[in-house]
Design a protein around this ligand. Structure first.
Ligand code: NDP
Length: 245
């Protein structure tokens, strides 16, 4: 797909690895300036900067679950950027375990990053987008939030919460031409699911009608589709990119 995003400022959380990295690359390829936020992996951020040297890419180390840090990030962003057209809430973590055995810290870590992090980023992005009465907020959720998965109560709850957050935000922001949507990827080959044993990978692949895991580029294309100016009548929706699950 060919997209044109010249003069766009885009923020991608978790934008230096996995799905977020593909989203960052796709927006840069389409002419946008991208700020890619990451939590801790400096090496991955440095590799990406090196691979994309000469492109308008900034990487920022920021824990999106920390409200005060997110506020400071946006104060700085505001000084350097006239506008913000697109926020992609992609950063996410897993800490799997059955409810009966789940440490409170694993529950909180996942909710804090996946759900509160999405709230923190969306709140301040929205305030910036309101200045120009235009914007696209896209959040990467998961089928886990719709169906629930054994051993993923924290993750599933955070992903369902993201959908509810985007749907509510879409209603609040609609009058200002700001849309809020979700992309829900199925099994995508990234480090997030690198711990799946080979036999489970095979079993899961067989359950996918397209009989394979998806690629990060296939998810990125869906994000750029929703971010397009032409996607102006799509808001409060969830686009499934699951190979038919
Ligand atoms: P990865 O584990 O490959 O990458 C996660 C990214 O999020 C990293 O860049 C990481 O930073 C960043 N991150 C994690 N915590 C924070 C934080 N507190 N603050 C800022 N950045 C943070 O994940 P994927 O690319 O696989 O997943 C991306 C999104 O897609 C997630 O929301 C996930 O739930 C969702 N998803 C993934 C699926 C899959 O099969 N892979 C399926 C369905 C949904 P750092 O590099 O510093 O660690």
């Amino acid at each position: 797909m060919k997209f044109e995003y010249s003069d766009y400022n885009v923020i991608v959380t978790g934008g230096t690895r996995g799905i977020g990295k593909a989203v960052t690359e796709a927006f840069l390829e389409a002419g946008a300036s991208v700020t890619a936020v990451y939590a801790a992996n400096d090496a991955a951020a440095a590799d990406l900067r090196e691979a994309l040297a000469g492109r308008p890419l900034t990487t920022v180390k920021l824990d999106i679950s920390n409200y005060a840090d997110v506020e400071s990030f946006f104060e700085d962003f505001d000084k350097k950027h006239e506008s913000l057209e697109v926020l992609v809430n992609n950063a996410g973590i897993r800490r799997d375990g059955v409810v009966g055995m789940m440490p409170e810290a694993d529950w909180s870590a996942v909710i804090d990053t996946n759900l509160s992090g999405t709230f923190n980023m969306s709140k301040f992005a929205l305030m910036k987008m309101l200045q120009h009465k235009y914007g696209r907020i896209i959040t990467i959720t998961s089928p886990s939030g719709r169906m629930g998965f054994a051993g993923q109560a924290n993750y599933a709850a955070s992903k369902a919460g993201q959908v509810a957050l985007m749907k509510s935000l879409s209603k609040e922001a609609a009058r200002r031409s700001i849309t809020a949507n979700c992309v829900s990827p199925g099994f995508i080959d990234t480090e997030l699911i690198a711990d799946l044993p080979p036999e489970m990978r095979k079993e899961y692949s067989n359950q996918v009608p397209l009989k394979r895991f998806g690629t990060t580029v296939e998810v990125a294309s869906s994000v750029l589709f929703l971010a397009a100016r032409e996607s102006s009548y799509i808001t409060g929706s969830v686009l499934e990119v699951t190979g038919g699950i």
